[in-house]
Write a protein that binds this ligand. Structure first.
Ligand SMILES: [Zn+2]
Length: 188
């Protein structure tokens, strides 16, 4: 199946396989198996809805994974978050932008906790999102135990790296030791 590229008019091929994406806030996102269109001339990618969903799911998982690496002391509970923002707890829970992720949050013992740095940023600018890529392991081979089924991921990377022309196989270790301990290298 082919279609014309909407950017350059070149041919787009339909591909199936692992997809590695660079996200400005999250760093590398890996989807082991996805369908996508790629332009042979300019490299533009197009995603079917099913693939877009996979990307969204994996981005959400990745975001939560990185947010959870922050020490517990860097989070605020709902009461304190509402106080910082000068709104009621009820307003906090009903706030669309906040529940849509404009403040980084995760759950602890079934309760939502908010990353303080993100709360402060949201208070100042209305958008509490900042780049988490620095907090994430830089190398895609480092993924957490929970993120994906490891064997399928390892397979995806093996297949990807055999196709890839990149010679950059250097392993970069993160400088934050608590990250290193919570991650496991996938051997490829
Ligand atoms: Zn193109």
């Amino acid at each position: 199946m082919k279609r014309n590229c909407t950017s350059c008019g070149g041919w787009m091929d339909r591909n199936q396989g692992p997809l590695l994406l660079s996200d400005a806030r999250l760093g590398m996102i890996a989807i082991p198996q996805a369908t996508y269109w790629k332009c042979k001339s300019c490299g533009k990618m197009l995603y079917p809805i099913a693939t877009a969903r996979l990307i969204e799911e994996q981005s959400n998982r990745r975001r939560d994974e990185i947010v959870r690496l922050y020490p517990i002391g860097e989070f605020l509970n709902a009461t304190d978050t509402a106080a910082v923002l000068g709104i009621s707890r009820q307003a906090l829970h009903k706030h669309r932008r906040i529940s849509n992720g404009f403040i980084y949050q995760t759950t602890l013992s079934g309760k939502i906790v908010y990353l303080k740095q993100s709360v402060d940023l949201f208070k100042r600018t209305g958008d509490g999102r900042f780049s988490l890529a620095e907090s994430a392991p830089r190398v895609i081979r480092y993924v957490s135990h929970s993120s994906l089924d490891q064997s399928s991921l390892a397979q995806a990377f093996a297949s990807w790296s055999s196709q890839s022309t990149s010679t950059n196989t250097e392993v970069a270790y993160t400088t934050r030791p608590q990250l290193r301990h919570s991650r496991k290298a996938i051997q490829i």
